[in-house]
Design a protein around this ligand. Structure first.
Ligand code: LLP
Length: 427
């Protein structure tokens, strides 16, 4: 399977009359009203992406659950949107469980991943009645059994298999190779299913993999799926349990300024072919694919400075608002919000105000040199943007606006200075 195409079905944030828009709202108007830096999300685009995945994998098995990976963007308004549209939730903490339940995801559509679940988090998940815990070690399974016994409840579990598939992506977002901290090797997985079968308070619900994030090729998924299906076969033959679902994880790559997106339709067809006749439900856990290009970060240019042969465009957003460029080498498209009011094109670095040399949003980009006060739009910022924002340099975190059906709503107010000292004592 090859790489996908660069053109999304409907380009989000189109330029109309020289100005970038989100739905019927011009981004400069939104920036004027709510200030900068500002996150803007296009709800229609996010829902369109959910439908794209639902269709791409629909021909698969008996049932399909698209479980939105909450960590990508836990804004409640987006969570509510996905919950209403029939999605499930992939969570990794008690906090995400709290938000997912608050947003209205039915517990039966929530799966709980992560190598370090605490017993308190397990208790919360069990009490809520979630679909399953995705267990990543023998000791975690023991802890889960203890919690289930204490509560007098049955814990549904799926073992996360480490398929030893090396994903072609940034090393920090590769999770399927043997040396990663995630999952257990197939033989150990079989052993864990044996323990599940023997324990009165554990029930085997499914099997799970997740091999990484921002993958543009389908082949690694198919290799991981093959390993997972072999485990499911062995569980049936050697342990005597018929698992209900196979969870392929998330990581479906989107287009950015560097390359195109994963061809999810082609992947969906291949996955369907492998699952046919097995009676397994399919779960996928997309985060970035649903919200990545449905969100942008709007930032205002403060200054342009030239030194050491370079041109720096200094903006009011930086690594505190979007850490992806400096932490993962993320290559986000950056464009002027308004076509007018810029100078000639030059190769520039777009850098933030944070006192770190590693604080940048884009490097070596050809951009019309903006004047101070101009607005820039950082694209593909809907996933792992706000959620990874920090208060470093005592910077209040930005506001978030959701545009849905023609209405722009402030779904999270900008933090104030008072938020910076909330919860602290200084006497
Ligand atoms: N399922 C599991 C178990 C995961 O750990 C993740 C992401 C996902 C699903 C969703 O992956 P997605 O579809 O969003 O790629 N902060 C990094 C990405 C970290 C992904 C962590 N796990 C970045 O900005 O590139």
């Amino acid at each position: 399977m090859g790489q996908g195409v660069l053109t999304p079905t409907r380009p989000p944030f189109p330029r109309v009359g020289g100005v970038l828009r989100c739905g019927s709202h011009a981004l400069d108007d939104l920036a004027e009203r709510h200030g900068t830096p500002l996150y803007v999300y296009d709800a229609d685009r996010a829902l369109e992406r959910l439908r794209t995945l639902q269709e791409a994998f629909a021909s698969s098995p008996r049932d399909l659950l698209v479980a939105y990976s909450v960590k990508a963007n836990p804004n409640l308004a987006l969570l509510r949107l996905f919950a209403r549209a029939g999605a499930g939730a992939d969570i990794v903490s008690g906090g995400e469980l709290y938000c997912a339940l608050h947003a209205g995801f039915p517990p039966g559509r929530i799966v709980f991943a992560g190598v370090g679940k605490t017993t308190a988090e397990m208790r919360d998940g069990l009490r809520a009645g979630i679909r399953a815990f995705h267990v990543e070690s023998a000791q975690e399974l023991e802890a889960c059994a203890r919690v289930a016994t204490q509560l007098g409840r049955e814990a549904p579990v799926a073992i996360r298999v480490n398929p030893d598939v090396r994903s072609p992506t940034h090393e920090f977002t590769r999770t399927g190779h043997a040396a990663a901290k995630f999952g257990v090797p197939p033989d150990e997985a079989i052993e864990l299913y044996r323990r599940v079968a023997e324990h009165p308070r554990l029930r085997a619900a499914g099997v799970d993999v997740h091999i990484g994030s921002q993958l543009r090729e389908g082949d690694p998924y198919l290799r991981a799926l093959d390993v997972m299906l072999e485990v499911a076969d062995r569980v049936r033959n050697e342990v005597g349990i018929a698992l209900r679902y196979a969870d392929l994880g998330g990581g479906f790559g989107i287009a950015d300024a560097e390359a195109g997106e994963l061809d999810v339709r082609a992947l969906g067809r291949e996955v369907a072919a492998r699952l046919r006749g097995r009676g397994l439900e399919l779960i996928v856990e997309p985060g970035r694919f649903l919200v990545g290009d449905a969100g942008v970060l709007v930032t205002r240019v403060l200054y342009v400075k030239r030194s050491g042969g370079k041109t720096f465009v200094v903006t009011d957003a930086g690594m505190t608002e979007l850490i992806r460029p400096s932490h993962y080498g993320g290559v986000h498209a950056v464009t002027p919000v308004c076509e007018d009011g810029h100078g000639d094109e030059e190769i520039v670095d777009v850098v933030g105000p944070v006192c770190e040399q590693g604080d940048f949003l884009a490097r070596d980009r050809l951009l019309p040199v903006p004047s101070p006060g101009a607005l820039l739009c950082v694209h593909q910022a809907g996933a792992y943007g706000f959620t990874m924002a920090s208060n470093y340099n005592s910077r209040p975190r930005p506001a978030e606006v959701l545009v849905h059906g023609g209405r722009a709503t402030l779904v999270r107010r900008r933090e104030r200075y008072s938020d910076l000292i909330r919860g602290q004592r200084h006497d």
